[in-house]
Design a protein around this ligand. Structure first.
Ligand code: ZN
Length: 279
């Protein structure tokens, strides 16, 4: 069944587990993510980023998710990942997304607040949830999401409180040391800053850059208010590596390759679901 982000995150935040948000851009990724949720009895977030509009339109992506989610017994949230263009956000709401992420993290604070508040007013009127971001993540290797010019800037806990109060956002993405893409050195996750943010605001927090983050760090984050964890790079890397390996020994029919790749996605997603701890 399709639900909005708030419906998925409210119980996760209250019961201290995190829901995985997995980037999708093809039939295989949507199907693999939802199948992983179904097989584990776990809610999932199928995320579609504006970066993948060349792969399929918002409307096509929604048609696929809506059809697959209808067959699933677990809650599925169809979410628009990182979007700084309010026109694309409104098109996504019209297309049927259950959640949108307005990313104004590169803007001055007051402008980020004003735009996020406007997006929240429109989205909430349509029953759609909103995630926003404060602070900015560094970019690691192989990032398909972060921009090279992004400079790491930790989220300020007091600014986070003011931001949440002024915008009525449903979930807040924070910058505490994770990176988009894979880490270049050893991760240094600032759970001390996260704890302060968690004390300052009362909405579910979101961790971007789940790929490659050590399991212990993920658990420490979940204990401090993180209820949504984004994973992109590691799923893609796993599928590409397994496909490359398969093709060294077999040259399957393309239809069979599609099934295998769906399975690779599902397996990689299930690994994260196991770490995030829904029971
Ligand atoms: Zn992100």
């Amino acid at each position: 069944m399709l639900v909005n982000l708030k419906e998925i995150l409210t119980p996760a935040y209250a019961e201290h587990y995190a829901v995985g948000s997995f980037n999708c851009y093809s039939y295989e990724t949507f199907r693999g993510v939802i199948a992983a949720g179904e097989e584990t009895g776990t809610p999932v977030i199928a995320a579609f980023g504006a970066a993948y509009l060349a792969n399929m339109s918002l409307e096509t992506a929604h048609a696929i998710v809506a059809s697959l989610a209808k067959e699933a017994s677990v809650p599925v949230c169809f979410h628009l990942d990182h979007c700084s263009d309010m026109h694309v956000i409104y098109r996504a709401i019209k297309a049927g997304f259950g959640s949108v992420m307005y990313d104004g993290s590169m803007l001055p604070f007051a402008e980020n607040v004003a735009n996020t508040r406007t997006v929240c007013q429109v989205a909430h009127a349509c029953g759609v949830s909103v995630e926003a971001e404060l602070g900015s993540l560094a970019v690691g290797a192989d990032s398909h999401e972060g921009r090279a010019e992004d400079v790491e800037q930790y989220t300020d806990p007091q600014a986070a409180r003011e931001f949440v109060d002024s915008t009525e956002v449903d979930a807040l993405a924070v910058s505490i040391g994770t990176v988009h893409g894979l880490y270049k050195g050893n991760p240094d996750i600032r759970t001390d800053i996260l704890e302060e943010i968690h004390r300052a605001v009362d909405v579910p927090l979101v961790l971007h850059g789940g790929s490659g983050t050590p399991e212990d760090d993920l658990h420490a984050c979940i204990a401090r208010g993180i209820a949504k964890i984004n994973v992109n790079t590691e799923i893609s890397s796993a599928v590409v590596a397994q496909t490359a390996e398969l093709l060294t020994s077999e040259k399957p029919h393309y239809s069979v390759l599609s099934l295998r790749q769906t399975d690779y996605v599902k397996t990689a997603v299930k690994k994260y679901i196991g770490i995030f701890g829904h029971s």
